[in-house]
Structures are given as structure tokens and as C-alpha cells.
Design a protein around this ligand. Structure first.
Ligand SMILES: *[C@@H]1O[C@H](CO)[C@@H](O)[C@H](O)[C@H]1NC(C)=O
Ligand SMILES: *[C@@H]1O[C@H](CO)[C@@H](O)[C@H](O)[C@H]1NC(C)=O
Length: 271
């Protein structure tokens, strides 16, 4: 049976589904909840929350109803145990020999765009269908782990990952890769940075984002020795303060608990 919708309904339905890409500006509060249980996720009242892509279908509507934005996480450069794992294995892009990422995942052949891009695009399509405001695509920096890949390989990879997100109408955050962050800034909508205060002047690289009115979400971890007092706080302030960043402390890299937002310039907790 054929069924014709009046043209006005089709048009307004399409318009309703197209939303402008999210461009987060500096100054938002954030929670980074990749390892958190549902009850911890539900407690988060920060303006922006990052959750795993697999939680997005359940939690994007929840956070949107409360006026919060959602960044959906997956890894771009390594294997993961997701529903599409078999497709990754079949594509023959898993680097079986050599070192992995230290979290039980193997690196992928990021030079094989023909095979890898459709897999990443499928995840982005899922993120878009769940209503994610943005994606965080992790593990862009294979060159920091394996000498058979260059910085240029990672740059080319990260650039097409960002372009793919934009083709799918998703905002995308640059994750880490400080060595190429400045060159990649024009292609990304914001940044997510871990542990940048571990070496002097690394956090500062991301000032190019806040200078261009793009949010920079920075996290340090208690299990790596960071706390909001003493010399640890002095280091955090020195490396992050006065640059328009969002700064949070999470108890552990496992990201099972709600983080603490603090003023990057003073360490004062923002509640
Ligand atoms: C992306 O947005 C454009 C308009 O800005 C629209 O034409 C296109 O259909 C959208 N694509 C997706 C995948 O939603
Ligand atoms: C952080 O503290 C400084 C100094 O008190 C203040 O000027 C600034 O507005 C604070 N920033 C935020 C985001 O609260």
C-alpha cells in the first residue's frame, strides 16, 4: 500500500530533526563518567556530561530533559568490546603484534581509511540517532605508542575523524594528542584533555581552543597523585589557571565517581 504524507508534514518533520551543531564555549561545568554506574550517572548535575556511547540511548533523553549536554565516548584508534567488534576483526585492521594502549586494547591500522572510516562513521550515526550533542573519539595518538606510525599518520587520521563527525552533523572534541593539538584545533569544536599538568606547558597548548571561543575540558586524577591542596594544587593552578579552561578532579582514572569542578585559577571548588 502506498501512503503519501502531505508535503508540509514531511518538510516540518525534516526541519525538526536537523539541529545546529553544538559549539561549546569556555566556562561550562563538566563531569567525566566513563566508568560510572547508572546511579552515579543519574546524580550528575554538571552542564556537560561525558558518557560511553553504549549508555547514550538511555541517558541522552534523561540529561536533555534536565537541560544538560551530552558528549558520547568511543575509541577511534583501538579495538574495543562493543557490538561491532566482529566487523572490526573482519576488516583486518587490528594490529595484532606490538604494544597495545595499556588498557587491554590493540591499536588499529589508522592508515587504512577505506576500512576504518565506515566503522567509525557507523558509531557516529548511532551517536547522532541517540541525540548525542558531540562525540569524543579517543586514542588518536598511536605514534606515541608505536614507532611504525608517525605523528603525521595521527594528524591525517584525526583530521578525517573530525570531518566525518561534521558530515554526520555531530560536534567533536579533540582528545589529548598534545603534540598535534595546535595543528588540529581548526578541525575540532572543543578539546578534552587528561593529565596535562604532568609536564610543564602542555596544558597551555590548548589555549588556542579557548582563544577561539572553544571549550577545553581538563581532568586530573586522584590516583595519579593530584589533589586540590598543597604543591599539587600549585602545579594545577600554574599549568591551567587563567586560560579559560574547565578544570575537574576525578578520584580515579576508572571514572567511577562524579568529578569535582574547581576554578582553574584558584582551586576553589565550584558546586
Ligand atoms: C545534516 O544537516 C544538514 C543541514 O544542516 C542536513 O541537510 C543533513 O540531512 C543532516 N545530516 C544528517 C545525517 O542528519
Ligand atoms: C575564578 O576565580 C577568579 C579569582 O577569584 C575569578 O576572577 C573568576 O571569575 C573565577 N572563575 C570562575 C569560572 O568561577
Amino acid at each position: 500500500m502506498k501512503f503519501f504524507l502531505p508535503i508540509t508534514i514531511i518538510t516540518s518533520t525534516l526541519l525538526a530533526n536537523v539541529k545546529a551543531r553544538w559549539h561549546p564555549a569556555p566556562g561550562l561545568t563538566w563531569d567525566y563518567l566513563l566508568g560510572a554506574s547508572n546511579s552515579v550517572i543519574e546524580k550528575s548535575n554538571q552542564q556537560v556530561v561525558t558518557i560511553d556511547l553504549e549508555k547514550a540511548q538511555t541517558y541522552v533523553p534523561y540529561f536533555h530533559s534536565r537541560g544538560q549536554k551530552v558528549i558520547c565516548y568511543f575509541s577511534g584508534g583501538t579495538t574495543e568490546y562493543r557490538s561491532d567488534r566482529t566487523a572490526y576483526e573482519k576488516a583486518n585492521i587490528v594490529l595484532k603484534s606490538g604494544s597495545g594502549d595499556g588498557w587491554g586494547n590493540q591499536w588499529l591500522d589508522i592508515r587504512n581509511k577505506a576500512k576504518l572510516q565506515p566503522l567509525i562513521r557507523n558509531r557516529m550515526k548511532r551517536a547522532y540517532s541517540y541525540g548525542c550533542d558531540a562525540v569524543e573519539v579517543d586514542c588518536l595518538g598511536i605514534y606515541n605508542y608505536r614507532s611504525d606510525y608517525t605523528e603525521e599518520d595521527s594528524y591525517v587520521f584525526a583530521k578525517w575523524v573530525a570531518q566525518t563527525a561534521h558530515e554526520e552533523n555531530l560536534s567533536i572534541g579533540l582528545k589529548n594528542v598534545a603534540g598535534i593539538a595546535k595543528r588540529l584545533e581548526p578541525y575540532f569544536d572543543f578539546a578534552i584533555v587528561e593529565s596535562c599538568a604532568a609536564s610543564p606547558n602542555v596544558c597551555n597548548i590548548y589555549k588556542v581552543f579557548s582563544d577561539n571561543n572553544k571549550a577545553v575540558f581538563m581532568v586530573h586524577y586522584g590516583n595519579l597523585g593530584y589533589k586540590l591542596s598543597g604543591s599539587s594544587l600549585n602545579t594545577l593552578i600554574k599549568e591551567q589557571g587563567g586560560r579559560g579552561f574547565t578544570c575537574i578532579l576525578n578520584e580515579h582514572q576508572y571514572l567511577q565517581k562524579n568529578g569535582i569542578n574547581y576554578n582553574c585559577s584558584t582551586g576553589a571548588v565550584i558546586s
